[in-house]
Design a protein around this ligand. Structure first.
Ligand SMILES: *Cc1c(COP(=O)(O)O)cnc(C)c1O
Length: 384
């Protein structure tokens, strides 16, 4: 069984993808070809943001945002403790300090109360200036922006939405990648919308920021690329990736987002049918808030303790079912931040989750694998 079946997806889209790839090869416009501008237009329309600036990967997309705002020494940027390393790495990379914030058990996303506590603690200490909050739409579900946006506004912080896993998710019809002052995504192959290599994008409604981001991604260019007016990056999206993404975006919007939601629903039904007695106590299923749509980058369950979780992962693996632990280590425990004060508040829910989460295979091209996975989980609990 595949964790995310990209081979099946290619078989379905093969004709269009092959055509897109050979079209770029024949044109030899490998960098900044017309497919890039076309994709940026399609992406900004899809998410409902005025500007889309494509770039080399999701990490660069976040870095470009930090550079556009000019954050650096003595600036505090608030980051969830439960996320992929990039979300914190890019803060240190620009010379600012990541301050880790706890998450909520039911959504895996930033806890608004913990954010307030962390901001207040940083202010009380008086060494760093609170500048920005990075809200990560983890596993495909939007952060609770109704709660987080007013906090950012109240403390005068910019809001950066890291939607690397959240592309396609929404709240009451408003799409992820449209909630931040700047929002970013990743097209790493296993993300909800993935390409055939690395890729990323930045979104904003702000004309000035958009112009700055376009300059920063090509060596801080001014009038042209041999006129350099600021220090930037070399962070373009390949034309080949853009052409592939246009095909895949169409499939994503037409049926993949719908089908991955059906796949998640099927898991829920299988668990209800076969393991009802364990739900809530021994196994917690992922919750999607009312009015929210997830793009199901992951379908993540919570087990009662670490040994049960680790045992289940090994049991599934022996039976050919890949299950992954996202994330096994809280950000604040990563060695890269040793010697930096990144903790200003309790991070107990992240610690709790890192010991108990398990992500099961999910993708839009599943047929009946959910039944096999849940049968296997039932066997594991019966054998104990
Ligand atoms: C994948 C990911 C990134 C980084 O994206 P890349 O394209 O791999 O650089 C950033 N943030 C989160 C939350 C991610 O999951």
């Amino acid at each position: 069984m595949e964790f995310r079946d990209l081979k099946k997806q290619y078989q379905v889209l093969k004709k269009d993808i092959d055509e897109a790839m050979t079209g770029v090869a024949a044109s030899t416009a490998f960098i900044s070809g017309p497919a890039v501008a076309k994709l940026e237009q399609e992406l900004s329309e899809y998410v409902g943001a005025k500007h889309c600036i494509s770039c080399a990967n999701g990490t660069d997309a976040l870095s470009l945002a930090m550079m556009a705002w000019g954050y650096g020494k003595n600036d505090a940027v608030f980051v969830p403790d439960f996320t992929f390393f990039s979300s914190g790495e890019i803060v240190s990379h620009c010379g600012a300090t990541p301050v880790f914030v706890d998450v909520l058990e039911d959504s895996f996303n930033m806890n608004p109360q913990s954010l307030i506590e962390a901001i207040e603690a940083v202010k009380a200490e008086g060494k760093l200036t609170p500048r920005c909050v990075i809200a990560v739409d983890l596993f495909g579900q939007s952060v609770d922006y109704d709660a987080i946006r007013p906090i950012a506004n109240r403390y005068g912080l910019t809001l950066l939405e890291d939607a690397a896993q959240g592309f396609g998710g929404s709240i009451r019809g408003k799409m992820n990648c449209s909630f931040g002052d700047i929002s970013t995504t990743s097209f790493f192959p296993a993300k909800p919308l993935g390409c055939y290599g690395d890729g990323g994008a930045v979104f904003t409604d702000d004309d000035d920021l958009a112009a700055l981001l376009r300059s920063l991604r090509i060596h801080g260019k001014g009038a042209d690329k041999y006129d350099n007016i600021r220090i930037g990056l070399n962070s373009r999206l390949d034309t080949m990736q853009a052409a592939i993404l246009s095909v895949k975006l169409r499939a994503f919007a037409d049926y993949e987002l719908r089908d991955v939601n059906t796949a998640a629903q099927k898991y829920n039904e299988q668990f209800e049918d076969k393991l009802r007695g364990l739900l809530g106590s021994k196994i917690k299923l992922p919750q999607v808030k009312e009015g929210y749509v997830s793009s199901w980058a992951q379908y993540t369950i919570i087990l009662e303790d670490k040994s049960t979780r680790d045992g289940l992962q090994a049991y599934l693996k022996d039976r050919g079912i890949p299950a992954m632990i996202y994330y096994i280590k809280p950000m604040h425990a990563q060695g890269a931040f040793d010697g930096v004060k990144t903790v200003y508040t309790s991070l107990e829910t992240t610690d709790y989750l890192c010991d108990r989460v398990l992500s099961l295979p999910i993708h839009p091209y599943m047929t009946d694998e959910q039944s096999e996975v849940v049968d296997c989980i039932r066997d594991y609990f019966n054998a104990r």
